[in-house]
Design a protein around this ligand. Structure first.
Ligand code: DX5
Ligand code: ZN
Length: 216
């Protein structure tokens, strides 16, 4: 499967967010990861619709919106209208996961189901056919710059084996604590969409991106 680096703007410099986004696009990034945090499902608040709307005209990169939001089904239309290309919702935060995935597809977007580190893969049992991507959190969500939780590597391997067995080409995205020392382990386990926030945006963006991209 094709491998992608998906820079998370959570760690970008918001005094010149547009420049940072264009910097990763110049490096060849195809996906931009957009971490929405509501201060309820996760213990922090990040950004939302006005920021997405304002950056949409900047690039044609795939805007991969990660809703760390309680009852995220309330916001599918808003994020679709604001320019999302894909919406990932947390299985732990949606009462009606099957329905919200249909709603995302209904807006012509790609779907994603996110699982926190402690959440079992069994929550996916009845939605494999509706998930274009599964996001396995490699940290407990809420902050950038955290340490990858090693036990999730086994979870990635198990999920890749299930997908292969079912003949599914579902993307496996990982998010949190991925940098030069850990990217090999998540790729080897079977992830193919790699979110990196601080490892890309802290310091020299072009150099950071190129260094990480070399592992793909
Ligand atoms: C949830 C967020 C972070 C962020 C990546 O906490 O989703 O994981 O995207 O953070 P880094 O790459 O800085 O660990
Ligand atoms: Zn994320």
């Amino acid at each position: 499967m094709e491998r992608y680096l998906a820079p998370s703007i959570l760690s970008a410099d918001f005094t010149h967010l547009g420049d940072d986004i264009l910097a990763v696009q110049r490096c060849g990034a195809k996906i931009l990861h957009f971490d929405v945090m509501d201060g309820w499902f996760v213990p922090s608040i990040s950004f939302g619709l006005p920021v997405l709307k304002s950056i949409r005209p900047l690039t044609d990169m795939f805007y991969d919106v990660h809703l760390m939001v309680q009852d995220a089904e309330r916001f599918v239309d808003d994020f679709a209208d604001a320019g999302a290309d894909g919406i990932t919702v947390h299985a732990e935060a949606c009462t009606h996961l099957d329905r919200v995935l249909d709603e995302i597809h209904g807006r012509g977007l790609k779907t994603g189901v996110a699982l926190n580190p402690a959440t079992s893969l069994s929550v996916l049992d009845y939605v494999y056919d509706k998930a274009d991507m599964v996001l396995l959190m490699t940290v407990n969500p809420g902050f950038g710059g955290q340490k990858l939780i090693p036990v999730v590597l086994e979870k990635i391997r198990t999920l890749r084996a299930i997908l292969d067995e079912r003949g599914l080409s579902t993307h496996i995205e990982v998010d949190g604590g991925v940098h030069e020392e850990t990217i090999d382990s998540v790729l080897e386990a079977g992830a193919n969409v790699i979110v990196a926030g601080s490892a890309v945006f802290k310091g020299n963006i072009e150099e950071n991106y190129r260094r990480l991209e070399a592992y793909l």
